[in-house]
Design a protein. Sequence first.
Length: 178
Amino acid sequence: MKSLIVAASAVAMASLAPALAQAQTAPTTGAYVNLGVAHADAGQPNYELLQGKLGYRFNTYLGVEGELATGLKGHDDTIGGVDVHSKVEHEAAAYGVGFLPLSPNTDLIARVGYGTTKIKAKAAGVSGSDSAESWNFGVGAQHYFDGVNGVRIDYTRQEFNHDQGHANVFGVAYTRRF
């Protein structure tokens, strides 16, 4: 009975070897996508976002990515006795990305880019919106479980132009490389 278990284990291990080899030699170049959620801390108010990123990794260390986001939930506040509801209508940004591989499936990430954010607000039946541009920079890490599917966590600082403030954006996403 013991030899049957050992033999079955050996067959199972042998059948996993090609999958493990593929995971260890996953491509370090090519396209990737991320879909996730983020929390944007702008002091007051804060926003929850749905983010999507589309990127291309040129080599082991360099890539580019574009990012789009929209607000999931708005923020309610009372200003001067008036109830105000605001929400991120959209965000868009482009980044240069640096990768530091820790293993074939794990990278540290640094990125810098430029973006725009549009926020819509409603108060007393009146609505309006405003946009602000920002220089963005951040860091993160990603790990691919099987060479193509993984998870990414990141932090991005948005420094809005013309002294319009800043936001700290913390995100987690599913990532897939092709």
